[in-house]
Design a protein around this ligand. Structure first.
Ligand code: AMP
Length: 199
């Protein structure tokens, strides 16, 4: 058992390609809470050709955000499941101000609150390099260079402002995402251990 209590309601923020998914998986394993990636859920639905997948696909392929009402409904449903009661790591949500508000409501309904918003920073040119590599490895249809640039632009316009918003709430912890997976993971470990649990 770990002697240091860790926050269990955590959001990962950062541009596409910053390594959020990888770090979310590692943190989830060490904290014993699920990592919930809205991008993964959308991709599974696209693959399964569900109604949600059909609604999301054209936005994803264009590098745009899926509309807030669709995304929020999906997240409310997922966070309502039993395994998310004691905590979760959200990877890729919230991404807009309306999603921030909806997440606050969902948490309040469960008598919970966000404990940490972990920002993983990354240099845009390095990201394009990483995403190009990932496109080749995973064959993702939203990793072509045009779409990739659009995704970074949408991040800057709609999601980057959330960094300030959460910083003003005193929830933000930023970690440099450049470097190897273990190196970044170690930085995250240090940053989180310095952060006293708020509750
Ligand atoms: P990701 O794997 O997190 O980069 O997500 C892949 C794609 O899924 C994004 O480019 C969006 O089209 C969609 N998506 C994932 N999360 C969200 C969200 N919170 N809000 C809107 N669209 C999202």
């Amino acid at each position: 058992m770990s002697m240091t209590p860790r926050p269990s309601f955590l959001v990962l923020l950062g541009p596409p390609g910053a390594g959020k998914g990888t770090q979310a998986g590692r943190l989830a394993a060490s904290m014993g809470v699920p990592a919930i990636s809205t991008g993964d859920i959308f991709r599974e639905n696209v693959k399964g050709e569900s109604e949600l997948g059909l609604a999301a696909k054209r936005y994803m392929d264009a590098g745009e955000y899926v509309p807030d009402d669709v995304t929020n409904a999906m997240v409310a449903d997922r966070l309502g499941q039993a395994d998310a009661r004691a905590g979760f790591i959200l990877d890729g949500y919230p991404r807009t101000a309306a999603q921030v508000d909806r997440l606050d409501e969902i948490l309040a309904e469960g008598d919970a609150a966000l404990e940490i918003v972990l920002e993983i920073t990354a240099d845009p040119e390095e990201i394009v390099g990483r995403l190009t590599l990932r496109a080749a490895e995973q064959g993702r249809s939203d990793d072509s260079e045009d779409v990739m640039r659009r995704r970074l632009e949408v991040y800057r316009e709609q999601t980057a402002p959330l960094v300030d918003l959460y910083s003003r709430r005193g929830l933000l912890v930023s970690v440099d995402g450049m470097g190897g997976v273990d190196e970044v993971g170690a930085r995250i470990g240090v940053a989180l251990s310095k952060t006293p649990p708020s509750r």
